[in-house]
Ligand binder design. Sequence first.
Ligand SMILES: *Cc1c(COP(=O)(O)O)cnc(C)c1O
Length: 244
Amino acid sequence: MTTIEGNLQQVRERLARACEAAGRDANAVTLLAVSKTFGPEQVADAVAAGQRAFGENYIQEGVEKVLALQALLPGADLEWHCIGPVQSNKTRLVATHFDWVHSVDRLKIAQRLSEQRPEDRAPLQVCLQVNVDGGANKSGVAPEELSVLAHAVATLPRLRLRGLMCIPEPSEDMAVQRAAFRRVRELQQALTDQGLALDVLSMGMSDDLEPAVAEGATLVRVGRAIFGHRPRKEPVTASAAGSA
Ligand SMILES: *Cc1c(COP(=O)(O)O)cnc(C)c1O
């Protein structure tokens, strides 16, 4: 068994336990394997262990991996999710190569993605990223602006709005973690009550998938618990700067 296969098994067991504890069906939560910074071979190991959906943060790197996997495993029916920030000059790459994007937080980006989605592909599946704790330098739409954005995105012809995504501040306190996830679920419920048909809550990562599942996550994005520690540094963020 490869390490990745063993890790995947453990993550699936964690997910099953979290679903059971929450009284939810074990199939209610999709596992997205976040393969950023890892190579095509590691993705292929995960595919061999039964994993099908992969998440990438950095668009250029993600596109290279999509193409590498098409060459490595032709005919494998993989699903690629863009989960990182999307700048205007990268929308065409995302629209061309990805199946999903979880990190839309501005109408202008959504409009470009819709215009650039190739006709021969299914609509791009979209989640709106919500800045649930209000950190000023964080990505995501402010909760107060979410409803207007969601209704506008829902009208774009080549996108299909599916739900919300969040990355709450890490916390040791389970109650604090759950409160952030609950807030996003309530925001989603409010949009549903306004007539939007949303069915995806993209929330929970390696360290906080249990509280996310307890609050209704339908998709968890798990990197390190599957692939191990990332081999190279990620871009420095405000919270990472200053730590050792
Ligand atoms: C890196 C990343 C993940 C995975 O995080 P882990 O802690 O490695 O599980 C999930 N979502 C987003 C948006 C990420 O950037």
